[in-house]
Design a protein around this ligand. Structure first.
Ligand code: PEP
Ligand code: MN
Length: 361
């Protein structure tokens, strides 16, 4: 008997739940329409006076058993949800967002895929210094089965007195090595007017951290059809990073790779702080492939392997690192580049972890 009573009450409760749901959605629909009217009239969506008046009316009509405070609390939640609804429906869906494209973008670098099943490694010297240096690194990459070589020809250096790179000459050296060893080249371009020239030599145009918000450069990268590797700015939020990528996509170039390279924090143990959480966040919010630069983020050789593992375990589509035949005499980033024997061991160890076989989702 008692069980029957309980069942009957529960059934009624279920019916009320459904009624409430219908009413809440009816309310949400009205709130959305109000939002659209406000949008057209340029009125602020959040109106605290109106909210206060609605709460007062509700409390005046409250017959219990909920207390006035509970009624206030419950309706504030409803108001907040309606406001969120007005704001999300107003937000433009970004081209970089998962909302716009549910499937992963695969960047096709002349047959080398970034963002597909297999994670990629991008390795090479910080700066192109000579043909001999680049060829030595290219040979090492080839031996390890790595397809993407990096190397800076235009170097955005902190000090104007430091080595600024070989410029177009450097790009020619990279191209020559790539053609000889069957590699693809990633190299940074810093000047919008160099985009077309760069396309003759490089397979991926890199936009460096210091230029992540160089909007003219982003627009120029959007206008070409060569894939772009965009690095996160030194102090850029994830939102700013995605907006920077949006500049490129909105220009018509959809072949964009995002690269987390560490951000500035108070921590001095590493050169920058590798924001591992950015990897799953970017993968959730965007369909673009994500790489992690384990060299510039850490600035340390001794923790490259665990950081590479962490990046891949977190779902990165690959890693980037700096390799130099003789780091001690490198013209830039001498402290953080690894030599070729260390690179060989690093790749073997990373392969042994199985993390390079298949990306982790
Ligand atoms: C680089 O990759 O050569 C470089 C300068 O890195 P970042 O822009 O991330 O500092
Ligand atoms: Mn470097």
């Amino acid at each position: 008997m008692r069980e029957n009573q309980l069942d009957a009450l529960r059934q009624k409760l279920d019916e009320v739940n459904l009624k409430l749901l219908r009413l809440l959605n009816e309310r949400a629909e009205l709130a959305k329409q109000i939002g659209e009217v406000k949008q057209k009239q340029g009125i602020n969506k959040f109106d605290p006076e109106r909210e206060r008046a609605m709460l007062e009316t509700l409390v005046q009509h409250n017959e219990g058993p909920f207390t006035d405070n509970t009624v206030r609390y419950l309706f504030k939640q409803i108001f907040k949800a309606s406001l969120d609804l007005q704001q999300t429906s107003q937000k433009k869906t970004l081209l970089v967002s998962r909302e716009k494209q549910a499937t992963d973008t695969v960047v096709d670098i002349k047959g080398t895929l970034v963002g597909a099943v297999k994670p990629q490694v991008v390795a090479g010297p910080c700066s192109v210094e000579s043909e001999e240096q680049v060829f030595e690194v290219a040979r090492a990459l080839k031996e390890q089965g790595i397809e993407l070589m990096r190397g800076g020809a235009f170097k955005p250096r902190t000090s104007p007195y430091d080595f600024q790179g070989l410029g177009e000459e450097g790009l020619k050296i990279l191209r020559k090595a790539a053609d000889q060893f069957g590699l693809k080249i990633v190299s940074e371009i810093v000047n919008p007017s160099d985009m077309e020239m760069a396309e003759q030599y490089v397979d991926v145009i890199q936009i460096g951290a210091r230029n992540m918000q160089n909007f003219e450069l982003l627009k120029a990268a959007g206008a070409v059809r060569t894939p772009v590797l965009l690095k996160r700015g030194l102090s850029a939020t994830i939102e700013e990073f995605l907006f920077a990528a949006e500049y490129i996509l909105s220009g018509g170039n959809h072949q964009v790779i995002l690269c987390e390279r560490g951000i500035r924090t108070y921590e001095k143990a590493t050169r920058n702080t590798l924001d591992i959480s950015a990897v799953p966040i970017l993968k959730n919010e965007s369909h673009l492939p994500v790489l992690v630069d384990i060299t510039h983020s850490t600035g340390r050789r001794d923790i490259l392997l665990p950081c590479a593992r962490a990046a891949l375990a977190a779902g990165a589509d690959g890693i980037m690192l700096e390799v130099h035949p003789n780091p001690a005499v490198a013209l830039s980033d001498a402290k953080q580049q690894i030599d070729i024997p260390t690179f060989d061991t690093f790749i073997k160890d990373l392969r042994a972890s199985g993390l390079l076989d298949q990306k982790q989702v």
